[in-house]
Design a protein around this ligand. Structure first.
Ligand SMILES: C[S@@+](CC[C@H](N)C(=O)[O-])C[C@H]1O[C@@H](n2cnc3c(N)ncnc32)[C@H](O)[C@@H]1O
Length: 262
């Protein structure tokens, strides 16, 4: 798996300026474009699918601030495992350390499976002046992590990061636009990746999971090492929650064993 330089925008990538250009099923999302990206008119690019899953920029920036304070400063690399059109990766690259003058993260890596979506992310990051501060990887983030953990020598040098000083951010797909109308969202049924798959892949590192706002807290509690307290934060815009983020610590194998026995 390789880092990629600037990918070309394709016919899948667009910056719509008039309602008439927008497919009917995306019009309600496009109407909220300035909530999603306050600087939309600077030339933000999206793919059609990205409208359903993008993190609104004010939320992405708040998550980046919260990650900075919740995650130990001994973690110097952060990996955005589902970069999409870049809102979170951009927020992470813009985040500053407590002194306000240096970047919080020495390295920000952003992984995305879909080339046109990644091209939009790179373009949007360049509008924010941080495209060159992010290492972009085109591919499957589960494969990327597996390689990092088990055969890092197969990665390029600047992707061979120290696992102990790395934190993860994951905003996976939740199952499409009509992901669930249940009062409580069952994270075991989340598609295409459920909570166990995500946590199983990430558990060796501190990780933040961006999840539906009604996610079942009992399922998240099961992942918390005994005696630990974690942050689970609801992120709201205009008085309504958009999503929750669970900030989960790395678990050691002993912690997992204790859970299995209890
Ligand atoms: C909910 S969106 C992420 C939104 C992103 N936070 C943003 O603000 O634009 C999920 C993204 O994950 C990508 N994706 C799905 N499976 C993936 C995988 N295994 N590895 C990397 N990216 C994946 C999808 O193409 C989609 O762009």
């Amino acid at each position: 798996m390789k880092r990629v330089n600037k990918l070309p925008l394709t016919s899948q990538c667009h910056h719509w300026t008039r309602l008439g250009e927008v497919p009917w099923n995306l019009q309600k999302y496009w109407q909220q474009r300035f909530t999603i990206f306050p600087y939309y008119n600077e030339g933000i690019y999206m793919t059609p699918d990205a409208w359903f899953g993008v993190t609104p920029e004010p939320v992405a920036n708040q998550i980046a601030r919260d990650l900075s304070s919740i995650i130990s400063t001994s973690k110097t690399t952060v990996i955005d495992l589902f970069a999409g059109v870049g809102a979170n990766a951009i927020g992470l690259a813009l985040a500053t350390a407590e002194d306000g003058s240096t970047p919080r993260w020495e390295k920000v890596i952003a992984v995305e499976l879909d080339a046109p979506t990644l091209a939009c992310a790179q373009h949007n990051a360049s509008l924010h002046g941080v495209a060159d501060n992010i290492i972009w990887v085109l591919g499957d983030s589960f494969k990327f992590l597996d390689t990092l953990l088990n055969s890092p020598e197969n990665l390029e040098d600047d992707l061979q990061v120290d696992v102990e000083s790395t934190a993860l951010f994951a905003s996976p797909p939740w199952g499409g636009p009509g992901y669930s109308t249940d009062d409580i969202f069952d994270l075991n049924t989340m598609e295409p990746y459920n909570l166990d798959q995500l946590h199983g892949a990430y558990r060796r590192m501190d990780h933040a999971l961006y999840l539906p706002r009604t996610s079942d807290l009992r399922q998240i509690s099961k992942l918390v090492p005994d005696g630990s307290k974690i942050d689970v934060v609801q992120y709201c815009i205009e008085g309504a929650s958009k999503a929750m983020v669970a900030y989960l610590p790395a678990t050691r194998d002993e912690d997992e064993d204790t859970h299995m026995e209890s």
